[in-house]
Design a protein around this ligand. Structure first.
Ligand code: ADP
Ligand code: SF4
Ligand code: MG
Length: 329
């Protein structure tokens, strides 16, 4: 199947989010941090897309650029048929609420001086008082907080897991279509991580959400993602159906990430034949020419330094950007 046929097949689906050639640069001294370079993907309604890659690869910058906080340096973002990039002022503020984001550190994203009820109602100020109260009550209950007890308390009276519930309630109050979850459990105790992941799954069903789920750890997204997108140093390496990628990763970087996921079977012996990820992450101010992964790739050849590998379809809903993908062997 050609890349064109495959993209036509996806565009037949109800795509709630489309991202085209997203690029984000931050000025740093005389240079530019190339945080995100030419990233394209889409999200179908009801789907969960896991976005994974090492810390610093640009995941949060992608999420923020989708929200236009700040807007990307270039590229286009569409919510259903509305182009977000290019909107300004009131039109941008109104449309942007259809996209909500929750963050890694829930405590610091809550204003310590406000009550939980006020925080959850934050975006609802334009509504009349009666419907604000009803909405706050509904979403607090939905995330497992007791509105009558908790709404007058302040964030410091809650644990990290409960603060993440408050953040989730605040975003749900605005009735978004897409929820961007930026490492929502990485700062939480292991014992509460599963509770928050389960809650997000429940909320996804109940509120008909589509999720972009960001994680640096493939183990976290394994069970919840329909599709996966793997990023390295600001660029996408591989994207597609999660089962297909887990079963047969085509990009050497995806393979290295998968090898780093501990085997849940305690008797399983480590597989010493597989090379794990070597070397340092290069600077995003001066990324390697050609394939950005080449300085750490066991398969790199001369061509990898000269040509940026294009994203090519290798199966139905499975694409890879590599000159010598593992699936060629
Ligand atoms: N506001 C900023 N100013 C300058 N550099 C930034 C800024 N935000 C992120 N970066 C840089 O952009 C790169 C991508 O960061 P980020 O998107 O936070 O990655 P991730 O979420 O995958 O850890 C990193 O090199 C980071 O240091
Ligand atoms: S393009 Fe070359 S360097 Fe990049 S991942 Fe593929 S083989 Fe490795
Ligand atoms: Mg991040």
């Amino acid at each position: 199947m050609s890349a064109l046929q495959a993209s036509e097949q996806r565009s037949d689906q109800d795509l709630v989010l489309r991202v085209e050639h997203l690029t984000v640069g931050f000025p740093l001294g005389r240079g530019i941090v190339q945080a995100v370079s030419d990233v394209s993907f889409d999200l179908a309604r009801g789907e969960t897309l896991g976005l994974v890659g090492e810390s610093g690869c640009g995941k949060t910058s992608v999420g923020r650029a989708l929200m236009q906080l700040p807007p990307p340096t270039s590229g286009r973002v569409f919510l259903s048929d509305t182009e977000l990039t290019g909107l300004e002022g009131e039109a941008l503020r109104r449309t942007r609420t259809r996209l909500q984001m929750i963050f890694q550190d829930p405590i610091s994203s809550l204003n310590p001086r406000r009550t939980v009820g006020d925080i959850v109602a934050e975006g609802l100020r334009i509504w009349d008082r009666g419907s604000v109260d009803a909405k706050v009550h509904e979403v607090m209950e939905a995330v497992g907080l007791d509105p009558s007890v908790h709404r007058d308390r302040h964030p410091h009276q809650f644990s990290g897991g409960q603060c993440q519930r408050i953040c989730i309630a605040r975003s749900l109050a605005l009735e978004p279509e897409v929820l961007i979850c930026d490492e929502p459990v990485s700062a939480l105790d292991v014992s509460v991580q599963a509770q928050i992941l389960n809650l997000l799954e429940d909320m996804k069903q109940r509120y008909h959400l589509s999720l972009l789920f960001v994680a640096h750890d493939l183990a976290v997204v394994k069970n919840i993602s329909d599709r996966l997108a793997v990023m390295y140093l600001g660029m996408l390496c591989e994207i597609g159906d999660a089962d297909s990628i887990y079963r047969q990763p085509a990009h050497p970087y995806t393979r290295a990430l998968l090898d780093a996921v501990p085997d849940p079977d305690p008797d399983a012996r480590p597989d010493h034949d597989r090379p794990s990820l070597q070397g340092e992450l290069p600077s995003p101010v001066d990324p390697p020419s050609g394939c950005r992964f080449r300085t750490r790739c066991p398969r790199a050849q001369d061509r990898c330094a000269r040509e940026v590998p294009a994203m090519e379809m290798i199966a139905t809903d499975h694409a890879v950007a590599c000159h010598y993908p593992l699936t060629d062997d």
